[in-house]
Write a protein that binds this ligand. Structure first.
Ligand code: NAP
Length: 253
């Protein structure tokens, strides 16, 4: 499939987990990809090598999305190297610690909301203006099915993802006249480091695949399942799709 040939993507938090699968999926569909990472330099280099092996262009860029100055430097480097970015995937994220609202450290609240919501705002603000000159633009926010439940002990994460979705819906309306599509993809539980840590902490499950049998369709969602939806939303087949929220959660629980 080469639906995305000639396009260039920036994926935040793409050294591992869902972001790495999205970066690979976009490259398999024909896009060149800029890989943002915060701490996982070696993992990001492996994703770059895997994309280059597909014959696509890839480079890795360090930058903490929760810090505006780092976002400025990171996006300037990407735009200098690639010339333009017409697909932005705001994926970078961290979990919250499982405290009740009354016990949540304000510093944790700030860190989590800053990463998901401010980070997506910073990178979108820095990338979207040049996207307007491209034939088509796509911004996708990786949210979470958590916003559908707002479960107890998830205050920072629930608030962060709600704000991220509000940003997406606002941006979708503002940028549609400029040919830019903005959509939200909300995973349920996914087999990544974040998902594995979550089931260890909340369900005492050591190996996440132990819960395949009780999961929708008999398996825990894989990062590639999220990547497939992202690739579809960026494809010509989704040319009339914007301002949508799609939860890739097996239908929920
Ligand atoms: P993960 O395996 O823990 O990976 C998190 C990624 O985010 C890493 O690549 C990490 O980069 C990056 N990151 C974290 N803080 C960052 C920062 N300040 N600046 C730049 N990058 C940062 O998690 P994941 O499961 O792949 O999660 C990806 C997204 O999916 C997140 O937004 C998460 O909320 C969402 N999600 C996940 C699940 C799930 O069950 N796994 C469910 C719903 C939604 P470094 O390693 O370089 O630090």
């Amino acid at each position: 499939m080469s639906d995305l040939a000639g396009r260039t993507a920036l994926v935040t938090g793409a050294g591992r987990g869902i972001g790495a699968a999205i970066a690979l999926g976009l490259a398999q569909a024909g896009a060149d990809v800029a890989i943002n990472y915060a701490r996982s330099a070696d993992a990001a280099a492996e994703v770059v090598a895997a994309i280059q092996a597909l014959g696509r262009r890839a480079e890795a860029y360090q930058g903490d999305v929760s810090d505006y100055a780092q976002c400025e430097a990171m996006t300037a480097s990407v735009l200098r190297d690639f010339g333009a970015v017409d697909i932005l995937i705001n994926n970078a994220g961290i979990a919250s610690r499982g405290s009740a609202v009354v016990d949540t450290d304000p510093a944790e609240m700030e860190r989590v909301v800053r990463t998901h919501a401010f980070g997506s705002f910073y990178v979108s603000q820095l990338i979207v203006p040049q996207m307007r000159a491209q034939p088509r633009g796509d911004v996708i926010m990786i949210s979470s099915g958590a916003v559908l439940n707002n479960s107890a002990r998830g205050g920072p994460y629930n608030m962060a993802k709600a704000a991220m979705e509000a940003l997406a819906q606002t941006l979708a309306k503002e940028e549609r006249p400029n040919g830019i599509h903005v959509n939200v993809v909300g995973p349920g539980l996914v087999d990544t480091e974040m998902g594995r840590r979550l089931v260890r902490a909340t369900r005492g499950v050591q190996d996440i695949r132990e819960i395949d049998a009780t999961s929708p369709f008999g398996f825990v969602c894989q990062p590639e399942d999220i990547a497939d939806m992202v690739v579809f939303l960026c494809s010509p087949q989704a040319r009339y799709v914007t301002n949508q929220r799609i939860y890739v959660n097996g239908g929920g629980f």
